[in-house]
Design a protein around this ligand. Structure first.
Ligand code: G16
Length: 499
C-alpha cells in the first residue's frame, strides 16, 4: 500500500472536520455536498473487500428514494448481496476517520480483516441520475485507482442491475452476461415464456403505465422495452424530462400518500406502477369502477407471489418449503392472511433488505418483501436443481407447472438527533427513551385492531411512525397521538406534529 499516494489523493477529497456519518439501512446517505470524502474512501474499501474475497465488488452511487439533493453509496458483496455487517463497521470507521488518521485506519482494517494486499482487486461501479452522481462516482474511481484496483464503470444503472453485474462476474458468466444486453435478454426471456404459459388474454393485461420517479428507471426501461414489446406495452411517465427526482412521484410517494403520483391519469382498471429513484422498489395500483384507489404494495405482492408459487408446487406435487419474510411495517392483516389462510410461515426482521434477504436464505423458496416495495424471491440451489430436473422429467400439466417455476427463478433478479430512540424485537418495541413504549402501549389500547411503533430512519434524518387500526380515520388519529408522544418524550424540536 502506497501510504504517501493515499495521503496525497485523500487530501483532494478531504473530510470536513468533525463530520460523522453512519453506514445506515442502505449505506451512507446525506446531502450530496458532504459525500466526496466518503465516496473516495468507499473506493478504497471496495478494493480491500475485493482483495479479501478474491471477487468483484460493486459500488452503487445513489440515494434511492431520498430527495434529489441527497446522495449516497452502498457496497455490493460478491454474490450480489448487501455488504457483510462486519464490513459495515469498517466502512463507518473509515468514513469517519479524520484526514490525518485515515491511512492508519485503512491499514488497521486490512490487518483486522486479514486482507492479502498482493491480491488483485476488481470493482464495478454504477450510479443513478442525480446531478451529483457523476462527480461522486468519479471520487469512487479515484479511491479504487490509488489502491491500484481495476474497475469497470457501468455509468447509469439501476441498483438491481448493479447487483446482477456483480453476481454474473463472480459466477464467471454462469448466471448471465455482465452487460445491459445480458440483463435484458435473461429477464425478458423468462418473462416472455412465463407470460405465454400463464395464459392471459386481453389487451388490458398487456399494457402498463409506469411512473419512473423521474429517475434511472425510465432510461433502463426504455432499453428493455423492445425485448418485451410483444408481451407488454409500457407507457412511461415521470421519465425525468421535466420533473424533479422523487418529487410528488415514485414508489415512496405513492405508498406513503396512498394516491397516484403527479402526472398519472388513471382510468378504472388500468394497470399502473411506480419505481423509486434507483428502481429497486415497485408498487402497483389501479382504480376500481367506482374510482377508488387500490394499492398493491409489498405486502400484497408477497401474498400474490406466494399463492402463485404454492399453486405451482401443488400441481407438480413437490413439497419444497416456502417462507415469507416481512418487517414490522407489514400490515397485520397481510401477516394473518399468509399464516392463517395460506398456511405459510411468516418471519419479521428489522427494516433493510439485508435483514430480510438473510432470513429468506433459510428456505427452499424464500419470498421477501418490505411493504414499501423492495423484495424478491430466493430459490436455494437444491430447489433450483430439483425444479430444473422436474421441468425435464414431468409430463403435461405437471411439466408446464415446473417450466413456469423454472422461468420464475430467472425472472427474479436474486441477488440477496433521531438516535435517542433505540428499539428491539425487530424494531417493534422502543427501549429508549424511557416511558415511550408504555405511552405507545396505552395509545394502542384505545383503538380496535391496532398496532403502532416508532424507529429512527436509517436513510433520512427523521423518526418514522407507523400506525394501523380498524379504519383510516382511527389509524390517522393513532399515528398523530404516537407522534405527539415521540415529540414530548424524545425531545422533539420546533412545532409539535399536526394532525
Ligand atoms: C432503503 C432500504 C430499505 C428501507 C428503506 C427505508 O430503501 O434499502 O430496506 O426500507 O431504505 O429505510 P429507513 O426506514 O431506515 O429510512 P431505498 O429504496 O431508499 O434504498
Amino acid at each position: 500500500m502506497d501510504l504517501d499516494a493515499i495521503t496525497k489523493y485523500s487530501a483532494l477529497h478531504a473530510k470536513p472536520n468533525g463530520l460523522v456519518l453512519q453506514y445506515g439501512t442502505a449505506g451512507f446517505r446525506t446531502k450530496a455536498e458532504h459525500l466526496d470524502h466518503v465516496m473516495f474512501r468507499m473506493g478504497l474499501l471496495a478494493v480491500l473487500r475485493s482483495k479479501q474475497t478474491k471477487s468483484t465488488i460493486g459500488v452503487m452511487v445513489t440515494a434511492s428514494h431520498n430527495p434529489e439533493e441527497d446522495n449516497g453509496v452502498k457496497l455490493v458483496d460478491p454474490l450480489g448481496e448487501m455488504l457483510a455487517p462486519s464490513w459495515e463497521e469498517h466502512a463507518t470507521c473509515l468514513a469517519n476517520a479524520e484526514e490525518q488518521d485515515m491511512p492508519r485506519v485503512l491499514m488497521d482494517i486490512s490487518v483486522k480483516a486479514a486482507v492479502n494486499l498482493q491480491q488483485d482487486a476488481f470493482v464495478v461501479i454504477g450510479r443513478d441520475t442525480r446531478p451529483s452522481s457523476e462527480k461522486l462516482s468519479q471520487s469512487v474511481i479515484d479511491g479504487v485507482t490509488v489502491l491500484e484496483g481495476q474497475f469497470h464503470d457501468y455509468g447509469l444503472l439501476t441498483t438491481p442491475q448493479l447487483h446482477y453485474m456483480v453476481y454474473c462476474r463472480n459466477t464467471s458468466g454462469q448466471y448471465g452476461k455482465a452487460t445491459i444486453e445480458g440483463y435484458c435478454q435473461k429477464l425478458s426471456k423468462a418473462f416472455t415464456e412465463l407470460t405465454k404459459q400463464a395464459f392471459c388474454s386481453g389487451d388490458e393485461y398487456r399494457s402498463l403505465k409506469v411512473d419512473c420517479a423521474n429517475g434511472i428507471g425510465a432510461l433502463k426501461l426504455r432499453e428493455m422495452e423492445h425485448y418485451i414489446s410483444q408481451e407488454l406495452s409500457v407507457q412511461l411517465l415521470n421519465d425525468g424530462t421535466k420533473g424533479k427526482l422523487n418529487h410528488l412521484c415514485g414508489a415512496d410517494f405513492v405508498k406513503s400518500h396512498q394516491k397516484p403520483p403527479q402526472g398519472m391519469e388513471m382510468k378504472p382498471n388500468e394497470r399502473c406502477c411506480s419505481f423509486d429513484g434507483d428502481a429497486d422498489r415497485i408498487v402497483y395500483y389501479y382504480l376500481d369502477v367506482d374510482g377508488h384507489f387500490h394499492l398493491i404494495d409489498g405486502d400484497k405482492i408477497a401474498t400474490l407471489i406466494s399463492s402463485f408459487l404454492k399453486e405451482l408446487l401443488l400441481e407438480i406435487g413437490e413439497s419444497l418449503n416456502i417462507g415469507v419474510v416481512q418487517t414490522a411495517y407489514a400490515n397485520g392483516s397481510s401477516t394473518r392472511y399468509l399464516e392463517e389462510v395460506m398456511k405459510v410461515p411468516v418471519y419479521c426482521t428489522k427494516t433493510g433488505v439485508k435483514h430480510l434477504h438473510h432470513k429468506a436464505q433459510e428456505f427452499d423458496i424464500g419470498v421477501y418483501f418490505e411493504a414499501n416495495g423492495h423484495g424478491t424471491v430466493l430459490f436455494s440451489k437444491a430447489a433450483e436443481i430439483r425444479i430444473k430436473q422436474l421441468a425435464k422429467e414431468l409430463e403435461d400439466k405437471k411439466r408446464k407447472a415446473a417450466k413456469m417455476l423454472e422461468n420464475v427463478i430467472d425472472l427474479f433478479n436474486q441477488v440477496a438527533d433521531r438516535q435517542v430512540i433505540s428499539t428491539t424485537d425487530a424494531e417493534r418495541q422502543v427501549v429508549t427513551p424511557p416511558g415511550l413504549q408504555e405511552a405507545i402501549n396505552d395509545l394502542v389500547k384505545k383503538y380496535k385492531l391496532s398496532r403502532a411503533f416508532v424507529r429512527p430512519s436509517g436513510t433520512e434524518d427523521i423518526v418514522r411512525v407507523y400506525a394501523e387500526a380498524d379504519s383510516q380515520e382511527n389509524a390517522d388519529s393513532l399515528a398523530h397521538a404516537v407522534s405527539l408522544a415521540v415529540f414530548q418524550l424524545a425531545g422533539g424540536v420546533g412545532e409539535p406534529p399536526q394532525p
